[in-house]
Ligand binder design. Sequence first.
Ligand code: 6PG
Length: 244
Amino acid sequence: MITPHLVVHDSPDALAHAVARTLTRLVAEAIAARGACTLVVAGGRTPRAIYERLADAPIDWARVTIYFGDERAVPPDDPASNHHMLAAALVDRLGAVRPRVHRIAGELGAEEAARNYAALLGPLERFDVVLLGVGDDGHVASIFPASGLPHDDAPALATQSPVPPHQRVSMSLARLAHTRALLVLVTGAAKAERLRDVHGRIARADPGLPASRIASLVAPDTRFSWHVDAAAGALLPRPPETPA
Ligand code: 6PG
């Protein structure tokens, strides 16, 4: 179980600013090293402010390919769609030079969309950057504790969310962990208790929740960091580190 580097930021705004800068650097490093960058984005509320800042960042989007860590089984223009959120926050705000975006075709239904995405992901090597949020129940992407920890054989799978939209498609934890850099993003006082729980599990090598299990799947050379704001980090056992 890899112990992540923890950075506590003063506010959600400070976190968004710092993580957007970190992502800009990671993308540039990937392009310098391999001529391209693969970025897996997270859905939900937390990353939106980061995506909005990336729209103004000095990134060579022509060399970036974006994948989704998960998606709801809804059409791409549905407000609940992660693709819809990313388009509004980032992609539709870019000029003529845009990243290649591989969306999950949620409108096909979770099972078929998952099969299609698994086929797309199959031959790919390690991602360069993966972003994840953490749910109140300790889920990441759309791997939920209530549904048990599915086998990590298939790179993408259909899952059930306890909150609507219930039908989801998610990359597996193993596929999400197969990356050069993994950044986990958590904000808000409502997550403080869960964040303390998950970090305690990671410290005890307890893979009992998706958010702690992924730490057991990350390779030792993966740059693994947690970025939390002061409210979410309020109950963490150690004094917040100063932001990087
Ligand atoms: C989704 C996300 C999900 C999200 C967490 C945290 O499709 O909703 O992938 O895993 O990251 O639920 O969401 P917030 O950032 O809104 O707290």
